[in-house]
Design a protein around this ligand. Structure first.
Ligand code: FMN
Length: 372
């Protein structure tokens, strides 16, 4: 099975012990479903500012979220935002080091178009592009395109063909035809090829069994979402993903996750901040819309379980919680490395101010800990 080469141009292949990135800097409010002042207001200068701060810390990955509709509530969380390929092109021209991702919904973009845009962005970024494939779970946004939402496993069958077409366009010198269930390509052709050879890294965050097999078989980077934050359970989840790829497909994967960072000078200050932006000022209507669209059986979950889940989504899109002093933040990142992750995306409630604070106080400790 061909994999992206661990080439020199994309920093996601560097040898840092724990790679870092940002998540969702292309969307209004970033990852915090909260109405407090100071959360990310989406405009081009702000998203570029976050990329610049990332680059000052040599972050390896800037991963946007593919989103076409907001989640209502008083914030219309993640409604306003920049489309991912256009964002990635602009971001590539505004940065020098970080890996630039585009998140692409399979049903919203034809593979010829995705391959062509990706190749252009790989050139603009001088070989720093990566493709995040998502199959789409948010029915209203898929229906906005006038196409019915496919059944869950069919979405991945479609993604297999979509990616097969893209990889052929990226690698084949001859013109080719492709006859599949979902796509029909006549005389497929793409020049210039991407800078990264044989092609840029491909990421997927499949969580279901079908999604995990798709990622293990065809992708280079996978993302795990931790349901529990117990060390052994997290480690078992990471190990299981790696073993699936090794044993069933003879492939090596990078395994990443994502986390939200809430920093305080004292642990109490960090917890008070969490309480303020989540419990007191969370947009509970928006998060209810999000969770009930994403999780089919949400309404049948025990209320305390559902409430806890919503809190994590308000705090940072359900990521791994890192709440505490700079020392505790560095320790948590050491833990994520020990769990076996190659990297993690981070997000912050007041994205710009809090990321600067992380850079000033916590990042030097992350380096001291030998992670970077
Ligand atoms: C780090 C990460 C990034 C994701 N980005 C997006 C995204 O931008 N847009 C989207 O619709 N889904 C996104 N997802 C959802 C996944 O693509 C996937 O649908 C979800 O994890 C459930 O897995 P399943 O599709 O195997 O059921 C993301 C998930 C993770 C963990």
């Amino acid at each position: 099975m061909i994999q992206a080469a661990a080439g020199r141009t994309n920093p996601v292949f560097n040898d840092r012990k724990l790679k870092l990135g940002t998540f969702g800097t292309n969307l209004d409010r970033g990852c915090a479903i909260s109405s407090i002042d100071g959360v990310l207001e989406i405009n081009w200068p702000n998203t570029v500012t976050l990329a610049k701060i990332s680059e000052e810390m040599d972050f390896e990955a800037l991963v946007p979220i593919g989103r076409w509709h907001g989640f209502g509530g008083k914030t219309n969380f993640n409604g306003p935002g920049f489309e991912c390929f256009a964002w990635a092109a602009g971001m590539s021209a505004s940065t020098r080091y970080s890996g630039i991702f585009a998140t692409s919904h399979v049903p919203t973009i034809h593979p010829v178009m995705a391959a062509k845009q990706a190749a252009a962005i790989d050139h603009i970024s001088n070989g720093r592009f990566a493709l995040n494939i998502v199959t789409g779970w948010n029915r209203p946004e898929i229906e906005m395109f006038g196409t019915p939402m496919m059944e869950h496993d069919d979405r991945y069958e479609c993604a297999v063909e979509w990616l097969q077409v893209i990889k052929q366009l990226w690698t084949r010198d001859d013109m080719f035809d492709f006859e599949g269930r979902f796509f029909h390509i006549k005389k497929g052709y793409l020049e210039p090829k991407p800078i990264q050879q044989p092609f840029p890294p491909v990421m997927n965050a499949g969580g279901s069994e079908k999604g995990q097999h798709f990622a293990a078989k065809y992708c280079d980077m996978v993302y795990v979402v931790f349901g529990s934050h117990d060390f052994d359970e997290c480690k078992a989840k990471v190990d299981a993903y790696r073993n699936l790829a090794r044993q069933e497909y003879g492939r090596e994967l990078q395994v990443w996750s994502y986390a939200y960072v809430v920093q305080g000078d004292t642990e109490k200050e960090a917890q008070d901040y969490f309480d303020y932006y989540v419990n007191q000022n969370g947009d509970w209507e928006a998060v209810t819309n999000l969770v009930e669209t994403m999780i089919a059986n949400a309404k049948t979950l025990p209320p305390p379980v559902l409430a806890e889940m919503k809190k994590h989504f308000i705090a940072g899109w359900g990521g791994y919680p890192i709440v505490g002093t700079p020392e505790q933040i560095a320790e948590s990142l050491v833990t994520l490395s020990k769990i076996g992750l190659n990297g993690t995306l981070l997000n912050f409630p007041r994205y710009i101010d809090d990321m600067r604070r992380f850079q000033r106080d916590a990042y030097p400790l992350v380096k001291q800990a030998g992670l970077r």
